[in-house]
Design a protein around this ligand. Structure first.
Ligand SMILES: [Ca+2]
Length: 227
């Protein structure tokens, strides 16, 4: 019995030392600002800020309601194909997130657009890029990957899904760009309900910058994340 207990303790220690438990250890990044290519002109309710303020989430912070006033929606067809974020890709709609510090990001949790009666507005094919400086040169940015996101579920509240795993890369800025092809699920507008980043600034207690960081970025295949 003693040997089994010692083995268990040893495994736990090894996991902590190697970062083996970090996949679930990330805390929500609290200080986030966001800008978007556009915000729907019909009213002043569908703002990008609705993505990062917890609006629409229930008391557990896990389930998002169907109220459009708690979501972001772009103007019709976004803002063309302009690319105001050098180093990132061009797309009809984009979101640029800025944190208060450089974080080691674990993952991003996404609640796709789930307004009742509007099934097509959620983002579908997206490209995600990140940067520690947010600079205007392409060398300031790295591509995390291309992703295809599940459609929102307008008929019910949403528990969201993992929009991307960051694998511990360092970033202060993240840009999500809707693809020129099927950037959403078919509607004229682009929308999301909520985005939550998880990571840490406690670099001193974390493993040194990922040894295989470059490989992670370059080898990240387009992935379809599920609920
Ligand atoms: Ca929201």
């Amino acid at each position: 019995m003693r040997n089994s207990k010692q083995l268990f303790i040893s495994i736990v220690i090894v996991l902590f030392v190697t970062g083996g438990l970090r996949a679930v250890a990330g805390e929500a990044v609290r200080n986030v600002t966001v800008t978007a290519d556009s915000e729907n002109p019909w009213d002043d309710k569908r703002l990008a800020a609705n993505l990062i303020d917890g609006s629409g989430l229930d008391g557990s912070g896990a389930v998002h309601n169907q109220n459009f006033m708690c979501m972001w929606l772009s103007s019709e067809k976004g803002n063309g194909l302009a690319n105001p974020n050098p180093g990132t890709v061009t797309g009809p709609a984009w979101l640029r997130f800025e944190f208060d510090n450089v974080y080691k990001l674990d993952r991003m949790w996404v609640w796709n657009y789930n307004q009742i009666g509007n099934k097509k507005r959620g983002l579908k094919n997206v490209t995600i890029a990140y940067s520690t400086t947010g600079g205007g040169d392409s060398s300031d940015w790295s591509k995390l990957g291309d992703f295809q996101w599940d459609r929102g579920v307008p008929e019910k509240e949403s528990s969201g899904f993992q929009g991307a795993g960051f694998g511990g890369v360092e970033a202060k800025y993240v840009v999500i760009t809707a693809g020129e092809t099927e950037g959403n699920w078919g509607g004229a507008h682009y929308g999301l309900s909520e985005v939550r980043f998880e990571g840490t600034t406690d670099f001193a207690t974390q493993p040194s910058p990922m040894e295989n960081q470059t490989n992670v970025i370059e080898s990240h295949p387009p992935e379809k994340t599920g609920n």
